[in-house]
Design a binder for this molecule. Structure first.
Ligand SMILES: Nc1ncnc2c1ncn2[C@@H]1O[C@H](COP(=O)(O)OP(=O)(O)OP(=O)(O)O)[C@@H](O)[C@H]1O
Ligand SMILES: [Mg+2]
Length: 282
């Protein structure tokens, strides 16, 4: 069957049998995972620490150190395998069609350059006046009304929540088709977490980009993601519509994960720790 690339039924991103091997320590962190993300879809990737979520996210645009990693499989995006295209082609996709936001906004910002300069660099191909307009407009989109002040600020002059807002403004500057968010709210306090997520959801509804959301926060998944993938020790052990998964988990690891959230537990049930013996792992 031939489907047009703009079809809603053609995945925007299709990962096939992805393996990530760290050559220096001779360790395979991801053991051949496959999944797709459709245009405008929000997909959550959850799983315990060290299960391979971040390295999967980074591998999408080849952000892992090439000398230390061997990445096998296919990462198909808009008709191209990102693992095999030239660096020049990849650069045209990185940050433009696929944007990232990370847990620590401070770490992604250059401390010695103003926010305005850093935003401006992303769209330096545009004339100055247009650049300023775009930046102001995107800052307002993320709820920053004093755009002048933000433009002139250095990262340390902004709070963590404000920095994350600016990171989101930067991510959407180039109208990406896919936003990969790796624990974007973990470093923030609870009230700010909700604000940032509401903001992401609002922007996604307005602009229709797809989101791959990596998170530990299962409650967040239930409100946010259309579909959820569960990673466990380098494999995707369960996936499905978030609503279905919340009602019925098949894999023991997913069951254990969901039992840890009070509102998905029976009222009088005690909190069950993850039983690794049951999962057949040490
Ligand atoms: N540069 C590296 N060299 C060797 N091993 C690495 C490297 N980066 C990651 N790993 C290993 O790959 C595995 C997956 O790591 P990853 O950072 O993707 O986990 P994660 O699921 O994102 O965990 P967390 O929830 O703590 O962020 C881990 O065992 C980690 O130790
Ligand atoms: Mg991680």
């Amino acid at each position: 069957m031939i489907l047009s690339t703009s079809s809603k039924h053609t995945p925007l991103l299709s990962i096939v049998d992805l393996k990530i091997h760290f050559t220096l320590v001779n360790k395979e962190a991801v053991h051949g995972i496959s999944f797709g993300i459709f245009p405008g879809e929000i997909v959550a990737l959850i799983g315990e620490s060290g299960s391979g979520k971040s390295v999967t996210a980074l591998s999408v645009t080849r952000l892992l150190p090439p000398k230390e990693t061997r990445v096998l499989g296919e990462i198909n995006f808009q008709g191209k395998n990102l693992l095999t295209i030239s660096l020049k082609e990849l650069t045209a996709i990185r940050g433009r069609k696929i944007a990232y936001i990370f847990q620590e906004p401070g770490a992604s910002l250059n401390p010695s350059l103003t926010m305005g300069y850093q935003m401006s660099e992303i769209i330096r191909h545009l004339p100055k006046k247009e650049r300023l307009q775009q930046i102001q407009s995107r800052l307002r989109d993320v709820g920053i009304m004093d755009t002048e002040r933000c433009y002139r600020s250095y990262p340390h002059e902004l709070s963590g929540g404000m920095q994350q807002r600016v990171m989101i403004a930067m991510a959407i500057l180039q109208e990406p088709d896919l936003l990969i968010a790796d624990e974007p709210t973990t470093a923030l306090d609870v009230t700010l977490q909700k604000q940032i997520l509401d903001l992401l959801k609002k922007l996604q509804e307005q602009r229709k980009f797809a989101i791959l959301m990596i998170t530990h926060n299962l409650l967040l998944v239930s409100h946010f993601a259309d579909r959820t993938l569960v990673m466990f020790r380098g494999n995707i052990v369960e996936s499905g519509e978030t609503r279905t998964l919340l009602q019925n988990q098949k894999h023991p690891y997913t069951k254990a994960l969901f039992q840890c959230i009070p509102r998905f537990r029976h009222k009088h049930q005690v909190l069950n720790p993850i039983d690794y013996a049951e999962l057949g792992v040490a």
